[in-house]
Design a protein around this ligand. Structure first.
Ligand code: BES
Ligand code: ZN
Ligand code: ZN
Length: 473
């Protein structure tokens, strides 16, 4: 895609995108642009509406923005136009930014347009979206120069598109090995180092809790370590993403919803996408990111309910339920990261519990931390770009839920209540009392129903949130 600022539409014919703030249905002043006027009875800029006018050999697309719109709504409006009106983009395109648009609004609009190129039909014989053509030209009219902002918007969308594909592609394609290869290649292209421990090396290092989960799978587990070290970094952030490439539940096999469990590596995908974006933007913060990746499958080798396993931290774990596997791989990811890399702040992202979906639904992720400053910074970063978080407690009153008779800790309370909290308490046990750690349970927001597909699909939740958080440290 090429981007070009133009002064006016004098020599332009093609598709003209004209975002319009809401006036009123009763306004006697029509909406007017480029010699085209539209009566307010048919279009007055109401949010989620648009109106097409063919004139002077151009298609004028008036796009309703509503009155005061947030980042996510604006992005969705543009995503919708690109996704659902593909034909409009076969021609030359000019985008007319309202005079009041700021950098954030331009960023949301452009990244939304690009996200609209996403097609779930990865294995269908379909033509690529015209925006993805190398010679597609995005012309824009604005009262300021938005070149840098548009460049950033493109990077955001590219990282999110990669993340969407990682989550939506099937588990026979997105194996642990696929994720480690993806990390290695992206690291080479963007300038971060990647180290991968396979089964043997993980055994040697002592990642026993991680390895237990992958025992029943034919796919070799991959413990992926990514290090981005810009010269000017003053802070060091650690990230961990749950990379269960498929969650059958193990021997406690899932009796409902198993078909959706290719999304159980969405935390990993968010961390991978954030690494791509942070390094592409050259943000001046050191990042060490860990993705423990494996498949939770069923086999004679599978770990058993009631097994007692070891962990990297040296704590023994009683397995009550093999479907509570995410916390087992995160435990080793967190303790390995904290012991060996000593980041100032640690954030983990995981599709960890059905419980968080029952609690918060699909609107926001669950946030767990003992650090109020970190909590506020993460919530602020998310609110700004429409990836919301809501804090749930980590009080000591919940500790008995993970106390075991036989081992140092157990992986499930056995009770049908407060599942997201006891999972977070389990993770906390493996953070070595780190004073700046947060856990994001993204099970409700990573893979959802929306207007963009007939089946549940990825959202890339977390990529922009983490990047925005890092950017504002
Ligand atoms: N991967 C699931 C959680 C999940 C649920 C992700 C819905 C995405 C959508 C996780 O590994 C799991 O199975 N959790 C169990 C834990 C229970 C057995 C303690 C759950 O939440 O039911
Ligand atoms: Zn599970
Ligand atoms: Zn899982």
């Amino acid at each position: 895609m090429k981007v070009k600022k133009i002064q006016n539409l004098d020599n332009f014919t093609g598709t003209i995108l004209i975002p319009v703030f809401e006036t009123t249905a009763k306004s006697i002043v029509p909406i007017e642009y480029h010699g085209v006027s539209v009566y307010s009875q048919v279009f007055y800029g109401k949010k989620d509406t648009h109106y097409l006018v063919e004139k002077y050999d151009s298609t004028h697309v008036f796009i309703g923005l509503g009155k005061d719109l947030d980042y996510k709504s604006l992005k969705t409006i543009f995503r919708r136009i690109a996704a659902k009106q593909k034909d409009l983009f076969g021609k030359k395109v000019a985008l007319v930014f309202p005079d009041s648009f700021n950098n954030n609004q331009v960023e949301a609009a452009v990244s939304g347009l690009l996200l609209g190129t996403y097609n779930l039909g990865h294995y269908k014989k379909t033509e690529a979206h015209p925006i993805l053509n190398a010679d597609f030209e995005l012309n824009y009219i604005a009262n300021a120069d938005f070149e840098e902002t548009i460049g950033k918007a493109i990077k955001i969308a590219k990282a999110q598109l990669e993340t969407l594909a990682l989550v939506d592609l099937p588990p026979n394609k997105i194996t642990p090995k696929y994720l480690s290869n993806w990390a290695t290649e992206t690291g080479k292209a963007n300038g971060f180092d990647v180290t991968v421990f396979g089964r043997e090396k993980s055994e040697h290092v002592g990642l026993h809790s991680f390895l237990s989960v992958g025992k029943g799978s034919a796919q070799e587990p991959q413990f992926i370590i990514m290090e981005y070290k810009p010269a000017n970094a003053k802070k060091h952030v650690g990230l961990v993403g749950k990379g269960i490439t498929f969650d059958t539940g193990g021997l406690n096999i899932k009796v409902a919803g198993m078909v959706q469990m290719k999304c159980d590596m969405a935390g990993a995908a968010a961390v991978l996408g954030a690494m791509q974006l942070i390094s592409a933007l050259k943000l001046p913060v050191q990042i060490t990111a860990i993705v423990p990746a494996c498949e939770n499958s069923v086999d004679a080798q599978s770990f058993l309910p009631s097994d007692v396993i070891q962990s990297y931290a040296g704590h023994s774990i009683e397995i009550i339920d093999t479907d509570a596997e995410g916390r087992l791989i995160l435990a080793d990811g967190l303790s390995y990261l904290i012991k060996n890399h000593k980041p100032d702040t640690v954030v983990d992202l995981a599709t960890l519990t059905g419980s968080v979906v029952g609690t918060l639904g699909y609107e926001c992720a669950g946030l767990f931390t003992n650090n109020e400053e970190l909590s506020k910074a993460l919530q602020k970063a998310g609110d700004a770009i429409g990836e919301r978080l809501w804090q749930l407690p980590l009080w000591d009153a919940y500790t008995p839920d993970i106390e075991s008779e036989i081992a140092d800790v157990k992986n499930y309370s056995g009770k049908p209540v407060a599942g997201a909290i006891s999972a977070a308490k389990f993770l906390e046990f493996f953070t070595d009392k780190h004073t700046s750690w947060a856990h994001l349970d993204i099970a409700g927001v990573a893979f959802v129903d929306s207007e963009f597909a007939k089946t549940k699909h990825a959202t890339a939740y977390g990529v922009h949130l983490i990047t925005n958080f890092v950017e504002n440290l």
